[in-house]
Ligand binder design. Structure first.
Ligand code: WTA
Length: 638
């Protein structure tokens, strides 16, 4: 992790109290929060059952939590539901019917808006079209799209018919897409001809064609016309979205799902070279997300909520789509780059739609900060009442800038800690809490977290340890696609607890300070990238014999990758080769895989049993002595 950020976190500790007017208006007052927290700690199952009762079910549960097959916990066992009923259909029968569900803006400036009624109609038409293509319960549907209205239709339509969506970030390469398609045996791929990003057209359909070369499971490809560019259409396999839905009915039946039936798969980096397909289920996910999203963001009927993260990541699933729709609020979705056409695009969107809650990764704030305060200052941002961040530690300097220049010193900044695996927000301040810039505050009511040592014992305040979650929570992943051992491994490290993979410390007030990953995963610009995955991309180049990747500090991206490469005998360590290797890795994994630096070495440091000692390289890089973490052969992070 970014060393300078870590140092800053260790030394700065300020408390910012909520403004009195905020407390008066908040849905949950401080006394209620305290009461809820206590009640949830005493009886978590009561707390989550109460959260489940806020939603509509086709059949209620026999048991709130079935622990018989732990750690394969089953929440709301015996219940029947469908998240789409709660995120969409039920709103069309209330005052929300004609409320805007979605405000979408394309990068060139085009906009589309949908009320709950209209969104439901679009989802139904697409659900019927998917059924027409033979897609049904349990089938995997890969969605390789940027944030477009059709991305939302596609996700909800597949969930509605009981299919399982697997979103792939549109910045991933054909190879990465291919791997994800193969791993989940997808029947259908939904994509667009292309999209706009930073003033350029990104050609998506071509990438899909390359990814599908020889892929047997895929029967159909649905193509949304976004840019209008020429694309190859393979007859019998490829269908234009518009043609497919044109004649479909605007009503569709909703598949009745078991609460633990899968809703989506989302791949994320782990410590092996292969990304893990994290599986979430209808029942628990909707309960956990609905309760935590509403509480953290203090959702009011008049809110306009904007999560500026891409729909291809968990943040986009939970905070851009399912959370806001479950809450019946209005979600803003933006296709393009925050700097296009100039670095005030975010502020311009906030001003034009009257966004009241803005949620974004710190990396975006750092990028915009660099351009100076004149950009936020040239817009009326007074509609904002809450700000949120996610995905990586926010340094106090970035926090202050966001708080002051975007929030006008009047909006709490809610730093939310959670993961693809957790599905929902886990550790975060609530709007009425005292804030400490750089800290994610305390676990949300119903969530129990601890900072422990290697033996699983809580460490004293101020000491760094490993972050664990000590009680199951409803939106937890239910499986890892085809890999029960990988799922179990989260629960093996500390008996009875979920090992998050983060280093953290707790202060005297019980506030948690995330110190970065404790395993071989990098967080580059808020995105999780496994060092093993990057190393795999390097060694697929003929010149590379061996490689080790470490994270180094980057002012904008927070963390960036540095590679130590051992070359084959026939290759010379030239600048051209450095560029070629960077390009090669980008081609293998896509633009997300940014390698900042490459250093050639004769050999790499290893333990006696041949395990790479990345931490020795890291210490050399930082110019400090290697941390003594006991037995060097211990594979804690392997
Ligand atoms: C990191 C993103 C510090 C952490 C929702 C975690 C954070 C990983 C924060 C999960 C935060 C997430 N402060 N670090 N507020 N939120 N992280 O699965 O290392 O893409 O384990 O989920 O991001 O990344 P993922």
């Amino acid at each position: 992790m970014d060393r300078s950020i870590a140092d800053e976190l260790l030394f700065e500790e300020r408390v910012i109290r909520p403004l009195p007017q905020f407390v008066v208006e908040a849905n949950l007052k401080p006394a209620q929060v305290a009461e809820l927290r206590e009640a949830a700690t005493d009886d978590p199952l009561w707390y989550w059952e109460d959260a489940a009762d806020e939603l509509e079910w086709f059949r209620k549960w026999d048991t709130v939590l079935d622990e018989d097959n732990a750690p394969f916990y089953r929440w709301f066992a015996g219940a029947r539901c469908n998240i789409v009923h709660n995120a969409l259909e039920r709103h069309t029968l209330t005052v929300n019917k004609n409320k805007l569900a979605l405000i979408w803006e394309g990068e060139p400036g085009d906009t589309r808006k949908y009320t709950y009624f209209e969104l439901n109609r679009e989802v139904n038409r697409f659900a019927n079209a998917l059924r027409g293509l033979g897609v049904g319960k349990g089938d995997r549907v890969v969605i390789y799209m940027p944030p477009l209205p059709e991305t939302v239709f596609a996700m909800l339509a597949s969930a509605k018919i009981g299919a399982v969506h697997s979103m792939v970030f549109a910045g991933f390469s054909a190879k990465a897409l291919r791997g994800r398609i193969a791993d989940s045996d997808a029947k259908v791929v939904i994509t667009a001809d292309g999209f706009y990003r930073n003033g350029r057209v990104v050609r998506l359909k071509d990438t899909v064609d390359r990814a599908l070369f020889d892929a047997d499971s895929v029967e159909s490809v649905v193509v949304v016309r976004r840019t209008g560019q020429e694309v190859d259409i393979s007859s019998g396999r490829d269908f234009w979205y518009e043609e497919l839905v044109r004649r479909e009915r605007t009503q569709a039946s909703t598949e009745v799902m078991d609460a633990s039936d899968p809703l989506f798969v989302l791949y994320t980096a782990g410590t092996t070279g292969k990304p893990k397909g994290i599986v979430h289920a209808h029942g628990g996910y909707m309960v956990g997300v609905n309760r935590t999203f509403r509480d953290v963001f203090d959702i009011k009927p008049t809110d306009i909520f904007w999560c500026a993260a891409d729909t291809g990541w968990i943040t986009g699933h939970t905070a851009a789509i399912y959370g806001p729709l479950l809450a019946g609020t209005t979600a803003v979705l933006y296709e393009g780059h925050p700097n296009y056409p100039q670095p005030d695009r975010l502020w311009s969107i906030v001003e034009r739609y009257g966004v009241s809650i803005l949620y974004t990764p710190p990396t975006t704030i750092r990028m915009l900060m660099r351009h100076g305060t004149q950009y936020p200052e040239s817009h009326n941002l007074t509609s904002l009442r809450l700000l949120g961040t996610v995905g990586e530690t926010i340094s106090p300097v970035t926090w202050d800038w966001f708080h002051k220049h975007v929030g006008g010193n009047a909006c709490p900044v809610l730093d939310t800690w959670w993961q693809t695996e957790t599905g929902m927000f886990m550790i975060s301040p609530l709007p009425v809490a005292a804030l400490k810039p750089g800290s994610v505050a305390r676990p949300l009511p119903g969530v129990e977290a601890e900072v422990v040592d290697r033996q699983g014992q809580p460490v004293p305040p101020g000491k760094t340890g490993f972050l664990v979650i000590t009680k199951p929570w409803p939106a937890m992943m239910v499986a890892i696609e085809d890999d029960p051992d990988a799922y179990r491994s989260y629960w093996d490290r500390v008996p009875g607890a979920y090992f998050a993979g983060d280093a953290a410390r707790k202060d005297e007030d019980g506030y948690i300070w995330i110190q970065g990953r404790a395993d071989d995963v990098l967080i580059i610009a808020g995105h999780r990238i496994g060092t093993a995955e990057l190393e795999g991309a390097f060694v697929s180049h003929k010149a590379v014999v061996e490689v080790a990747i470490i994270g180094i500090a980057d002012r904008i991206k927070g963390e960036a990758a540095k590679a130590f490469v051992v070359l084959g005998d026939d290759y010379d360590p030239t600048d051209e080769l450095i560029e070629e290797l960077k390009e090669h890795v980008r081609g293998e994994l896509g633009p997300v895989a940014v390698v900042k630096a490459i250093e050639f070495r004769e050999s790499l440091p290893k333990t006696s049993c041949g395990k790479l000692l990345r931490r020795v390289l890291k210490s050399e890089e930082l110019g400090v002595a290697p941390e003594d973490d006991g037995d060097p052969d211990d594979c804690w992070s392997a």
